[in-house]
Design a protein around this ligand. Sequence first.
Ligand code: C5P
Length: 397
Amino acid sequence: MGLQGKHIILGVTGGIAAYKSVMLLRLLIKAGAEVQVVMTPAAKEFVKPLTFSSLSGKPVVSEFFTANTGEWHSHVDLGLWADLMVIAPATASTIGKMANGIADNMLVTTYLSAKEDVMIAPAMDLDMWQHPTTQRNIETLRKDGVEIISPEKGELASGLEGKGRMAEPAEILSSIEKYFANKETLKGVKVMVTAGPTYENIDPVRFVGNYSSGKMGFEIAREFAKRGAEVILISGPVTLETPSGVAERVNVVSANEMYAKAEEAFPKCDIAVFAAAVADYSPVEAADKKIKRENKDELTICLKRNPDIAASLGKIKKNQVTVGFALETDNELENAKRKLKTKNFDFIVLNSLKDPEAGFLKDTNKITIISRDGEVKEFEAKTKSEVAADIVNSIKL
Ligand code: C5P
């Protein structure tokens, strides 16, 4: 696949992996991209700007000014020109500066003015990679919408072995190609995602709830937004930040509130993904004052059934593609197939609590997708963000 006509900023920072960026630049140029290289001062200690400018056909930008001519390099113009910014290698220092807005060089300044999407390929020693500071900064960048091309395990320049090697240039190129292939593929498509748990009040301080973190639903919303869809994310009480690009987030607490908001959004949507762990029952009556502990050994709370959001909307669905989840502890396939039918889903995503990689509060998941036509597809254990991509890829409009 080509990158004809694509404008890419290649940011190079001061790590030994900078020599691999030369290869990456060659691959990008061969694929048809126009590349502007921006280097940090430290990067120039590893590779000469001349190497990059010879291959890209453009002078490397590194300083705010050209010393002898006084020419100012506009990071704003660069941001407007580019379709994508790729920083490879991204050192711990640059990652820290990006996460905290320390714009003391041309590269970080360009990042802060970037209108285009940004990808980074981190490279550092394994201890630096594992350090909580680096991981916190990576998480901040991820939340800010930066795509992280994960470093690989292997031999490091320090002689140590472990995770921290920059991804190979061919792999970075394939992430870039994938980015352009996916971008805008769902432009104009409206998507509703329900996520997180619901809380059903017992009294003003207590509730019936579940362990759902909302991570899976939020990753799905992020993936749709990345592909240009207009996403409305209806979320129960979670501590997650809204993924970048999501058009609207609606916070709800109870199943009834989630139902009301989902019913309102659903008719305007082309796709609905029901990833929320909706409480099946709620107290018949929530006490308006805190229930006091009395001298009783037992307390009975009477519960009534909540609306089944997915099943109700499944009954009124027209052309929408609907996707549901089944989190099972036993008879997994059988239960999932039954839910697929009763809730009128196009496909259902099964995860089993028996799998150590699946379930609430985890960052990984292991899924099986069962389609309406009976096809059963098992996936390997992956991060929830990779699982989200598999789920979105499985939707046929
Ligand atoms: O029946 P069960 O709760 O296992 O079904 C799970 C699927 O149904 C999920 O997609 C979930 O989001 C959806 N659901 C719902 N409203 C409910 C219960 C489940 O939308 N009250």
